[in-house]
Design a protein around this ligand. Structure first.
Ligand code: SF4
Ligand code: SF4
Length: 404
């Protein structure tokens, strides 16, 4: 007989691990995420390499809003006066992406949950067309009802942006503020099979919080991805906090280096992180203004769709006044991209585009990326089996062996 959930688990409100129902769901979700990973990431990746002379983006960022319910001082993509994307533009964008072979849509903001119905409709529209629909949010407006609906709409990944444990001036995305939302999210993941990440921005003011958030993620078997707090790459006329953005300067190098070393160690140990160890290591030289050039594939394998359906190569160049085309008529001329990147690349360590570059280069790395998307499922499956066997009294020796 399998054990009942432990008191600690029940009190934390998290999953009833070790029950046969839980394990069956987890196995089903692991298989589902593997199939989805291959279908939405790896097959489009293989095709983009095969048809390398065509425009075949792997990853798209659909900006639905610039409005936000909080104000992070480092953030230059919020403006509460700007009107959001229309449902027609969202649907048209997804249809066009489908036609050019892309199967991953990351909804971006602003805070997408300011328009819950629109976001749920967009997720459903994309997942019905076989897209990997990825939802980043600060989580503050998320509730159980929304999670149930997002799960039923087919959301593939939810990325919770959180920088601090406790709220601080200018850094409002705190874990304390979204604890109950987080519990719902974790509790319902086996029902719907989505994966969860913490999205953490490393600033001058949160090095200890980053570690603590990483440990919380590990404790709950969720992934993490890290960004180095970057100055805007181009001028952002609307942005008012250039002097208060918690940028990392010389006086912060020691503690930032120590944090990065700690993250690299965890990465090498196999804690599930979106960032490659190489990207984390590159952060050290980047903050010192000595970043090495990297082969950014923005505008080739990734792109941004702006609120009005026009295009940009990346998030950092959202506000550029250059014309990169629009949905249905891209204008990502390679020579022009190369010229642009000569200027912006030394000032940029974009987590998203660095990973595209890192994993794009070799077929095995491309596959590794897919496994990153199911790693949590696999590791938790093994862990769950072990725990179930331990609780059953059948696997005591094995469990002890595994912990040794
Ligand atoms: S929650 Fe996100 S969109 Fe809103 S201000 Fe912070 S970083 Fe910007
Ligand atoms: S290096 Fe790439 S991601 Fe960074 S600003 Fe330039 S085009 Fe954008």
């Amino acid at each position: 007989m399998l054990s009942r959930p432990g008191r600690a688990g029940a009190e934390s409100g998290l999953e009833d691990r070790g029950t046969s129902r839980f394990l069956a769901r987890r196995t089903r979700n692991t298989a589902k995420n593997l199939v989805r990973g291959l279908r939405c990431w790896y097959i489009p990746y293989l095709k983009s390499r095969y048809y390398s002379d065509r425009f075949r983006p792997l990853l798209s960022y659909l900006f639905t809003d610039w409005k936000c319910n909080v104000n992070c001082w480092y953030c230059f993509t919020w403006n509460n006066k700007v009107k959001g994307m229309t449902p027609e533009t969202a649907r048209k964008s997804i249809d066009w992406l489908h036609g050019v072979g892309c199967r991953v849509v990351a909804i971006m903001g602003g805070e997408p949950l300011l328009r819950k119905k629109f976001i749920l409709d967009t997720i459903k529209y994309g997942s019905d067309r076989d897209f990997f629909m990825y939802l980043p949010t600060n989580g503050i407006l998320m509730d159980r009802d929304f999670i149930e609906r997002a799960g039923a709409s087919g959301v593939a990944a939810i990325n919770l942006a959180v920088d601090k444990i406790k709220v601080a001036p200018g850094l409002p995305k705190s874990f304390d503020r979204i604890k109950s939302q987080f519990k719902h999210l974790v509790r319902l993941r086996e029902k719907y099979g989505y994966i969860i990440f913490f999205n953490i921005n490393i600033t001058s003011e949160n090095t200890e919080d980053v570690k603590e958030l990483t440990r919380i993620a590990r404790e709950h078997d969720i992934g993490t991805d890290y960004h180095m707090n970057e100055h805007p790459v181009i001028e952002q006329k609307h942005y008012k906090y250039l002097d208060q953005g918690f940028w990392i300067s010389e006086e912060h190098f020691r503690k930032t280096d120590e944090l990065i070393d700690w993250l690299v160690e965890r990465n090498v140990e196999g804690w599930p992180m979106v960032n490659s160890a190489e990207h984390l290591r590159a952060m050290k030289s980047f903050v010192r203004g000595k970043g090495r050039p990297w082969d950014c594939r923005a505008g080739i394998n990734s792109l941004v769709i702006r609120l009005d359906g026009t295009l940009a190569p990346c998030f950092e160049l959202y506000s550029t006044d250059r014309d990169w085309g629009r949905v249905g008529a891209p204008a990502f001329d390679h020579a022009r991209l190369r010229e642009t990147k000569k200027e912006c690349n030394p000032k940029c360590l974009s987590t998203c585009n660095y990973q595209v570059y890192h994993y794009y280069n070799t077929y095995s790395r491309g596959l590794e990326w897919v496994f990153k998307h199911i790693y949590r499922g696999v590791s938790r499956e093994e862990d769950g089996r072990r725990k179930a066997a331990d609780a059953d009294g059948r696997g005591k020796g094995k469990g002890e062996e595994a912990r040794a």
